[in-house]
Design a protein around this ligand. Structure first.
Ligand SMILES: Nc1ncnc2c1ncn2[C@@H]1O[C@H](COP(=O)(O)OP(=O)(O)OP(=O)(O)O)[C@@H](O)[C@H]1O
Length: 346
């Protein structure tokens, strides 16, 4: 089932939680909604689910306008951060819940439901857990059961709101790999909310970066990481060094140093963004002079904190040591050469 979002807006008092959002999700895609707290991720997911009504705009499932349909009529699967399993029901009863509570005409018979529950238990790799109660499960197991329960109704889309947010880091990493495998098996159209860029980049076919209720960029993880559309996305997606300068005559300039522009940027004040591992040391005559604040070496990697005269923020760089490059001494001056970078208007 494909999903189309058209000009969705939702306001709370003065805050635009969603501001004219357009998005197309292809059938079978796994899309991450990524952004800091308050950027509108949950609001977008809840509007798609039918838990919230937008002020404006439309939600289409395929060609069908679902904007006015209730949660139940939309037939979506929803999983929240805090496992909302029914405590007094077994795992199997939890998974069967959506099917059992269908109106009589659409309710499968008991044997069919039991078969479907067993299939789902196998899918979530808990084939023998049907008779347990939620309190007898770990946090990660509870979230897998919550996912099976959401899948039981054969939802048109699966909506996951930070489903692993309450779990510890190691379990999170395991579960996101597991979710990726599960998605490959089920091919279910899925929207996944996270504020964790690593999770989004590892898991999703495409990532939607949100900012103040607007979409800042939509792209594959590679596109988002390697070609961030704005300084905001660059900063949000990984560690970033910023150099302030100017674009003049098709070059980025800081004091006497000029660097080629990787893409067209309008003349005027601008900022160069580079990842710490995308910068190299060079001689002070051809590199940007920088003073070493701290330097340490861990196995073959050297990490430096640097000050470039006239810049407000210190820079960080790390690189692999080679026989001819050793750890520079704090206080010394080195030449700095950004290898891969983006330039954005200031
Ligand atoms: N019920 C509400 N009443 C008033 N303002 C709200 C309400 N729900 C959300 N907001 C506001 O709408 C904006 C978007 O909130 P939303 O929960 O969608 O963000 P989010 O990106 O999911 O954040 P988080 O990662 O913290 O969950 C925020 O500014 C928030 O304060």
């Amino acid at each position: 089932m494909e999903l189309h979002i058209r000009q969705l807006s939702k306001r709370y008092d003065r805050v635009a939680a969603l501001d004219h959002v357009d998005l197309d999700v292809a059938s079978g895609e796994l899309v991450a909604l990524l952004g800091p707290s308050g950027s509108g991720k949950t609001t977008l997911l809840r509007v798609i689910a039918g838990l919230l009504h937008p002020d404006d705009g439309r939600v289409l499932f395929g060609q069908d306008d679902a904007t006015r349909l209730s949660l139940r009529e939309r037939n979506v699967g929803f999983v929240f951060q805090h496992y909302a399993l029914f405590k007094h029901m077994t795992v199997a009863e939890n998974i069967a819940f959506g099917l059992r509570s269908r109106p009589r005409g659409r309710r499968p018979d008991k044997v069919t439901i039991a078969r479907r529950v067993q299939e789902l238990l196998t899918l979530i790799q808990l084939p023998d857990f049907g008779n347990r109660y939620p309190e007898q499960l770990s946090g990660g197991q509870k979230q897998r059961v919550a996912l099976a329960r959401a899948l039981a109704i054969d939802p048109k889309v699966l909506l996951l709101d930070e489903p692993f947010g309450a779990l510890d880091a190691k379990v999170r990493v395991e579960l996101r790999r597991w979710l990726r495998d599960l998605h490959e098996q089920t091919g279910q159209t899925t929207l996944f909310v996270t504020h964790d860029q690593e999770e989004a980049l590892e898991l999703a076919d495409r990532v939607v970066v949100l900012r103040d209720g607007r979409i800042e960029q939509v792209g594959t993880p590679d596109e988002i990481y390697s070609a961030p559309a704005s300084a905001y996305v660059f900063d949000f997606i990984g560690r970033a060094n910023v150099l302030e300068g100017r674009v003049e005559s098709g070059q980025f300039r800081i004091d006497g140093h000029a660097m080629p522009l990787p893409a067209d940027v309008a003349e005027g004040d601008a900022r160069l963004y580079a990842r710490p591992h995308d910068m190299a040391l060079s001689g002070t005559e051809d590199g940007l002079p920088a003073r070493v604040i701290t330097a340490y070496r861990l196995a073959d990697r050297i990490t430096l904190e640097l000050n470039v005269p006239g810049q407000t923020r210190p820079l960080e760089m790390d690189f692999v040591a080679t026989p001819d490059v050793s750890t520079p001494a704090p206080g010394s001056t080195v030449g700095l050469r950004p290898l891969r970078y983006r330039v954005y208007p200031a």
